[in-house]
Design a protein around this ligand. Structure first.
Ligand code: NDP
Ligand code: GDR
Length: 321
């Protein structure tokens, strides 16, 4: 039986990936950090079918112990400080978890069973930052624009380096933005769909937002975790861009979300400098052709479908549907 260990199992992607691995008959283990209030909102429905282990990406001995105890066949390293604005407020912490945390995971693998464990690193389109070409491909040079992007670039290269230094099966998935009803409410898609639902049900008056001209290549998280799994099923380790191949502005996102409940967004949206970033990533557009050709991956949910799904979910939560 295959055994999967997911760091960040309690996050958006971790919860979808855990479901996918269970469906495929894996024994699923998750690494979670200690918290004074245990909230497993995203994985409550599957906690009886998975095994959780307490460890922290900042603590090598704790993760080595988990890797030794579980002896997984596959590790998905999804844990990170993943919110870009926080990376300017807490740059050192972001570096510790999102960059050095990857080396700690790789060391835990190398010291336990370098040849027997396949390793997936959750890399990001934020590494492209101030983009050097469009669309962005696996070969596009990185120019990160935030401490988060810089940390992810380190994580990417250390993963490639362990593959080349120790012939370990390590891959880096360069994933573009992917969203769902399980997305944290601080990220722009969920912030918008949650606000639309609250405005529609009379609980909120306005939506304060930052840069509406930023363009992102958005997809559905459920589709993207399939690509992670596919990368570890290959015979040789390689890196892949995973994206929808379409880009949309934040403004388009807002329009679709408000339209879906019959509201005029212009009456409710206020631009607020507080949500502007010190350095912005203006445009992201990925080229997923390598993932399509080699992994046979393609996304199933398109952008309008994704936004409407999230609005419908939030509306239901607010008792408005
Ligand atoms: P989330 O922020 O939803 O989840 C991140 C998880 O990491 C959380 O469960 C969090 O734990 C855990 N974590 C944070 N710090 C530590 C630590 N020190 N030790 C152990 N666990 C920790 O992110 P997503 O699910 O959206 O993303 C998954 C990964 O993919 C991240 O690495 C992210 O940077 C990357 N990524 C995401 C993209 C996206 O669009 N979603 C695109 C490209 C890359 P807790 O629940 O306790 O907070
Ligand atoms: P991003 O996602 O930074 O791309 O990182 P986010 O949803 O936070 O921002 C997307 C774009 O929207 C603009 N924006 C706002 N963003 C937020 N959060 N709040 C606002 O009010 C707002 N107004 C405008 C932003 O400026 C930005 O241009 C996500 C994370 O999941 C990372 O971990 C991941 O690596 C990348 O996606 C790919």
């Amino acid at each position: 039986m295959k055994k999967g260990l997911i760091t960040g199992i309690n996050g958006q992607d971790g919860s979808y990936l855990a479901e996918l691995l269970l469906e495929k008959g894996y024994e699923v283990h998750g690494l979670v950090r200690r918290s004074s209030t245990e909230t497993f909102e995203r994985i409550n429905h599957i906690t009886d079918r998975i095994k959780l282990h307490q460890a922290d990406l900042n603590d090598l001995s704790s993760i080595t112990e988990v890797v030794r105890e579980v002896r997984p066949t596959e590790i998905y390293n999804l844990a990170a400080q993943s919110f870009v604005p926080t990376s300017w407020k807490q740059p050192l912490l972001t570096g510790d978890i999102t960059a050095m945390g990857v080396t700690r995971m790789l060391e835990a693998v190398r010291q336990t069973d370098a040849k027997g464990i396949k390793f997936y690193q959750a890399s990001s389109s934020e590494m492209f930052g101030k983009v050097q070409e469009t669309p962005q491909r696996e070969e596009t040079p990185f120019y990160p624009r935030s401490p988060y992007g810089v940390a992810k670039a380190y994580g990417h290269f250390i993963t490639v380096n362990y593959r080349e230094s120790y012939q370990m099966f390590c891959v880096s998935g360069i994933l573009f933005n992917h969203e769902s009803e399980r997305r944290g409410k601080e990220f722009v898609t969920r912030k918008v769909t949650d606000a639309v639902a609250r405005i529609k049900t009379g609980k909120q008056k306005e939506l304060r937002i930052g840069n509406m001209d930023a363009k992102r290549d958005w997809g559905f998280a459920g589709d993207y975790v399939r690509a992670m799994w596919l990368m570890l099923q290959q015979d040789t380790p390689d890196d892949f861009v995973v994206a929808s191949g379409e880009t949309h502005t934040v403004k388009e996102l807002i329009e679709i979300a408000f339209d879906h409940v019959g509201l005029d967004w212009k009456k409710f949206v206020v631009q607020d400098p507080a949500f502007m970033r010190p350095a912005e990533v203006d445009l992201l557009l990925g080229d997923p052709s390598k993932a399509s050709r080699i992994l046979g991956w393609k996304p199933e949910l398109d952008f309008p479908g994704l936004v409407k799904r999230m609005v419908d979910f939030d509306l239901k939560r607010q008792g408005g549907a």
